[in-house]
Design a protein around this ligand. Structure first.
Ligand code: WTA
Length: 647
């Protein structure tokens, strides 16, 4: 029996939105979407107001998504400048270093001057409105400052997670034709150094990169003596020394690009998800306020990395648009020890903590001791994002970390959605562990069967969204056809999320996970196709198939079946080499957990790999493989079962 946790009285008293207000708001958003979103758009400062709210067609032949499109604004202005008068001396970014002895509080006024100076440096290096700039940064304030500096001058940023390899970085620079990369000499995580500048140097030598890349702007972080290439590499501190402290905000159309963020799909290389200025910013600000019940002075901490959408929407844009105090953490949950998260909460008196199930499970494994060693009295609200949270981890988070005092908002959303879509509101929603509960006002989800029929009431099916919302992605950068195909070809006039989902009798949504070939490893998206193409690039590998399997800490682990080229011996050394190879090709998050040698892979007579079977074997559920009669060579399956690795 799943437990119900009714709304906590303290949360209801404080919150701006109780259940009646939620229901009324939801109703309004359905009956009069344009009126609803016009009201929400009042959260932002517009240089020129919009006259058209929504111009959207989800028809595959004429797919376009435009919101507020004749309005003019600037995202950086909304996140920084407009707060100067009312809260110039309030902390904007509270930074906590990997080393517990290092921290920094940056006020809105200081942020304004640092962003303006970096923006002026970018301009001096030739960046103009409409350009793309790639960021490859550690979790230091300059990461947020660089994003805002790009927004200020109208350049779209493309943040590449600092854990990605030089090849992955190079591919993303080339795809969006970046003129400039902003990086740091090194990053620091869990006491270890991350050679960011060296990786950028390696990326420079990859095909095509220097056709676009003109300069690399380097932040001095660890003071490592990195080589600087004349005329290409520039230290930020040197260039900043003689630029002005002010830089006007470029007036941007609401539909001008704000950023590109690459994310994994079920096929091919990662796609550049494009978000634009007005709709995205409004949606990030709206959801940040209502989901976290953010009120002036709250100290808010999202533990994500800025390399992911969660960092974009809920460390930088949403909180800063709301004039919040947003914390940025350079480190990891277990350094110097497993108490770190809660030490940070006590040190900075954090009120709201938003993290991922994988971190919760890893901390849970260490027992209650490291949690109990801290006070956590400042905590008022807990959040979860990135993957389904299992009820055990949910209860532990609620009872041990939150001591039953803090609601948990389990927020379902995607890089593509720009912000949270389905989530409890702390003052309004009774909680059920493991359920993301109900859609936010303005969001219309539905469940479909495989034929596209809408399922009513209690049901399980494919999760789609039936109407546009301002935070929706606008296109795949440089490949609009892929945008249409990926999200709008499965079902007519519906946005297909790629997730399976169940709705219970109370109308609560329970996300069951991806139904496509996208893995979710520790809350990070990884395409099976990407890992497979990395593997087959190794000279020993003839063929590879990658599937996910349940993993205690990571949610999903990477299970790989490898067929070696004739004459190659399967050895432990080779296994280690292949793991290392994938790390190098993509990055540590793509490291295979289990590699099984497969003399052959189960294929249909037409040569298609039957992943369903490989998934079952990896899940150790080989007893029920379903129909194998269409296999070209059924014996292959017996061998794979006999040698399976996840027992
Ligand atoms: C999964 C991260 C269950 C889901 C913001 C989605 C979740 C994918 C949840 C998007 C949640 C995210 N419960 N599943 N609360 N949040 N997911 O683009 O499968 O990195 O499609 O965005 O993560 O991952 P992405």
């Amino acid at each position: 029996m799943k437990k119900l946790h009714p709304v906590l009285p303290a949360a209801r008293e404080r919150a701006l939105i109780d259940n009646d207000a939620y229901l009324a708001m939801y109703q309004q958003s359905v009956e009069d979407p344009e009126g609803f979103w016009t009201e929400q758009a009042g959260r932002l400062d517009w240089f020129k107001p919009f006259s058209r709210v929504k111009d959207v067609s989800w028809d595959a032949d004429d797919l376009h998504v435009r919101w507020f499109d004749d309005g003019v604004l600037n995202a950086c202005y909304n996140c920084v400048d407009r707060h100067l008068e009312t809260r110039g001396d309030q902390t904007a970014i509270l930074w906590e270093g990997d080393d517990p002895a290092r921290d920094e509080a940056i006020t809105y006024r200081q942020l304004h001057s640092r962003v303006s100076r970096m923006a002026n440096v970018l301009k001096e290096l030739g960046v103009v409105k409409g350009d793309r700039v790639t960021l490859y940064m550690p979790m230091i304030p300059e990461a947020a400052i660089a994003m805002l500096a790009c927004a200020r001058i109208g350049a779209a940023h493309s943040v590449v997670f600092g854990g990605f390899s030089p090849d992955a970085l190079a591919g993303r620079i080339v795809d969006c034709e970046s003129k400039l990369v902003i990086t740091a000499d090194e990053g620091l995580r869990g006491g270890r150094k991350v050679p960011l500048k060296a990786n950028v140097d390696a990326a420079k030598s990859r095909p095509g990169v220097m056709d676009h890349l003109e300069s690399v702007l380097v932040v001095r972080n660890t003071d490592a003596g990195v080589p600087m290439q004349d005329g290409v590499d520039h230290w930020l501190h040197e260039r900043e020394a003689d630029v002005a402290d002010d830089c006007p905000c470029e007036p941007m159309g609401a539909e001008d690009p704000l950023f590109i963020l690459y994310t994994s799909g079920s096929t091919g290389k990662p796609k550049g998800v494009l978000h634009t200025t007005g709709g995205y910013l409004l949606y990030a600000a709206y959801t940040h306020e209502i989901v976290f019940d953010y009120q002036d002075g709250d100290i808010y901490w999202c533990t994500a990395d800025v390399g992911w959408i969660t960092g974009h929407s809920y460390i930088v844009y949403g909180p800063l648009a709301n004039g919040a105090i947003t914390m940025m953490f350079e480190g990891v949950p277990n350094y110097p020890d497993y108490s770190r998260f809660w030490q940070v909460v006590d040190k900075h008196q954090v009120n709201i903590c938003y993290t991922a199930p994988t971190a919760i499970r890893a901390l849970m494994r260490e027992g209650e001791g490291p949690v109990k060693a801290t006070s956590r009295q400042s905590l008022r609200l807990l959040g979860s994002v990135g993957e389904p949270i299992n009820p055990e981890a949910w209860e532990w988070y609620y009872n041990v970390v939150g001591e039953g005092r803090c609601p948990i908002v389990d927020t379902w959303w995607q890089t593509e959605t720009g912000g949270i879509m389905i989530s409890p509101l702390p003052g309004a929603t009774d909680l059920k562990p493991g359920s993301a509960t109900r859609p936010l006002p303005g969001i219309k989800p539905a469940l479909l069967d495989a034929d596209g029929n809408t399922l009513e009431g209690e049901a399980e099916g494919l999760l789609v969204i039936t109407d546009s919302w301002p935070g929706q992605m606008r296109t795949v950068y440089g490949d609009h056809a892929r945008f249409v195909k990926t999200y709008f070809s499965a079902f007519r006039n519906r946005y297909f999320t790629g997730d399976g989902c169940r709705r219970d009798k109370d109308g609560y949504y329970w996300i069951t996970g991806r139904v496509d070939d996208v893995l979710n490893i520790s809350g990070h998206r990884m395409g099976t196709a990407e890992v497979e193409s990395a593997l087959v690039a190794h000279k020993a590998v003839a063929e590879a198939a990658v599937v996910g399997y349940p993993h205690d800490i990571k949610g999903q682990g990477i299970y790989v079946y490898v067929t070696l080229n004739a004459g190659i011996e399967p050895t432990e050394e080779l296994r280690a080499e292949l793991r290392q190879w994938v790390r190098k090709e993509i990055g540590p998050i793509a490291t295979p957990d289990l590699i099984q040698w497969a003399p052959g892979l189960p294929k249909t007579r037409s040569g298609k790999i039957m992943r369903r079977i490989l998934r079952k074997i990896a899940e150790n559920e080989y007893g029920n493989l379903g129909d194998t009669s269409t296999l070209a060579d059924p014996d292959v399956v017996d061998d794979l079962i006999a040698n399976r690795l996840n027992r």
